[in-house]
Ligand binder design. Structure first.
Ligand SMILES: Cc1ncc(COP(=O)(O)O)c(C=O)c1O
Length: 469
């Protein structure tokens, strides 16, 4: 296919000069009715091109999705305007319903738990591998998947995350082969993996590994606008019609054409220039890693098999500070903003939009931090592993159960109805249907007291939590 084309971009460009009286939505009518301050900030063209599905635009979306399918190696691709979040729910709705079992890593994003509430399936959570040196979840291993599939032959689907927030991709090819040896479809949340296909030094991407359905947040590692994602299908284990139905149910009937155009041009960019751009990105990230590793008391995540080298994770706990502390200092004093702080780490997303100057600034910030006169700091206590989930009801049953708020302190032993996660990374600590243990209560308090942002709790102070009555 001719990847120099960008059908949506070309179609909207024609509307820029078209003289017409607009009696369609959106109501601002090509910017005429827009707030002037907003217009001055963002520029006229943005509003002139905020168009609904006018003649030719529909056709251009279909063409752009076909080009994307060709670029990513799928049989069919959907452009999404509500992120991987909607793609994850759609793929779950396409394969499982009430009473069906789905195998999932408990390291999944909260969107997958929301997907369980929507589809009503029963999750069987797979143990994930934990690397204590890096306080790192390394995902589901092939031997775990094999054993759990042998013990649960009635499972309808497997869903895994690869790469995770730290760039750990796991043994994807082996995992896919195992699921397929049981003739079970495997769905991959590859929200962080939309770039992998376009450089040979990056870990294998989920579609090349053979996964049946894959979702990519192109806005995370590509250059499309925030909220945009692509959902891909290949093979016949999952019905393409059913997936399409699920996408139609979850997607807005008025997807923003500018968001869709940004996916179209991000595909063109990756196909035509991806390897060259990613070569620079990988080199920048490797340079940052090697320099930061030379600073005393700091070390970067490295030597993990199948690690995306563009993701830069720095262990800061040896400084006697949490990742939350360092994040605050970087933001307030050193002009560097990280993607994700945790108790022990800071994660930096290095992508095609970063420059050598950005990475130099990052290295300098760490050097300044390491040179700061250290106040007497208490050593960071060992970081507890995330508590194990104890599922009592399906997430859907719990979500729809009568519930009441009770004090967090006294909620031990009760069944939670909320989906509570530190954000980012959005991996839930407790989900609807799980028993609230003392470990969960302590873990939530630990993250909150360390300055982490926790979302999903209806009581923002987290003094109370909602439980099944
Ligand atoms: C692993 C994972 N899956 C899914 C999502 C949701 O992606 P989106 O923000 O595109 O909806 C995220 C967001 O951070 C994520 O980290």
């Amino acid at each position: 296919m001719n990847h120099h084309q960008a059908p949506i971009l070309e179609a909207i460009a024609q509307y820029l000069e078209l003289d017409h009286a607009p009696f369609y939505m959106p109501g601002h009518k090509r910017g005429v009715g827009i707030d002037p301050e907003f217009m001055a900030l963002l520029g006229e063209n943005l509003f002139r091109l905020d168009l609904p599905e006018l003649p030719n635009l529909d056709e251009s979306i279909t063409k752009a999705e076909e080009l994307a399918a060709d670029a990513y190696g799928s049989d069919c691709t959907w452009f999404l305007v509500n992120g991987s979040t909607s793609g994850i729910a759609a793929m779950m709705l396409a394969v499982v319903g009430i009473g069906d079992k789905i195998l999932m890593g408990r390291n999944c994003h909260k969107a997958a738990i929301a997907g369980l509430v929507l589809c009503g399936a029963t999750p069987i959570y797979l143990e994930t591998d934990y690397n204590s040196e890096f306080d790192l979840d390394c995902g589901v291993t092939p031997s775990t998947l094999q054993a759990v599939l042998e013990a649960n032959p009635d499972v309808k689907a497997v869903m895994l995350v690869s790469p995770n927030y730290f760039g750990v991709c796991g043994e994807l090819k082996e995992l896919v082969a195992i699921a397929h040896s049981f003739n079970i479809p495997i769905l991959i949340d590859a929200a962080h993996g939309g770039h992998l296909r376009f450089h040979p030094d990056l870990p294998i991407d989920a579609l090349t590994a053979g996964a049946d359905v894959v979702v990519h947040s192109i806005h995370k590692m590509g250059s499309s606008l925030t909220q945009t994602a692509m959902l891909h299908i290949q093979g016949t284990r999952v019905s393409s019609d059913r997936l399409d139905q699920a996408v139609q149910m979850l997607q807005s009937t008025s997807p923003n054409i500018l968001l869709l155009a940004s996916l179209d041009v991000a595909r063109r960019q990756m196909v035509l220039q991806g390897q060259e751009l990613l070569q620079t990105t990988i080199a920048l990230s490797n340079y940052g890693r090697s320099q930061i590793n030379q600073i005393s008391n700091l070390h970067c995540l490295d030597h993990i098999p199948n690690l995306d080298p563009t993701r830069l994770t720095v262990m800061v706990n040896q400084l006697g500070k949490t990742g939350f502390d360092v994040d605050e200092i970087f933001y307030q004093d050193l002009g560097v903003m990280a993607e994700l702080p945790t108790l022990s780490q800071l994660v930096f997303v290095v992508s095609i939009g970063n420059t050598a100057a950005d990475v130099d600034r990052l290295i300098l910030a760490f050097q300044n931090l390491a040179n700061q006169k250290r106040k007497k700091t208490l050593p960071i206590p060992p970081i507890p592993k995330m508590p194990k989930a104890n599922l009592k009801l399906t997430p859907r049953e719990a979500f729809f159960s009568p519930n009441c708020a009770m004090s967090l302190e006294s909620a031990s032993g009760r069944i939670c109805t909320e989906l509570i996660s530190p954000y980012p990374p959005g991996i839930p600590i407790i989900c609807p249907g799980e028993e609230i243990s003392l470990e969960v209560i302590d873990f939530l308090k630990l993250i909150k007291d360390a300055g982490g942002v926790i979302n999903g709790c209806s009581d923002r102070t987290m003094a109370t939590i909602k439980v099944v009555i």
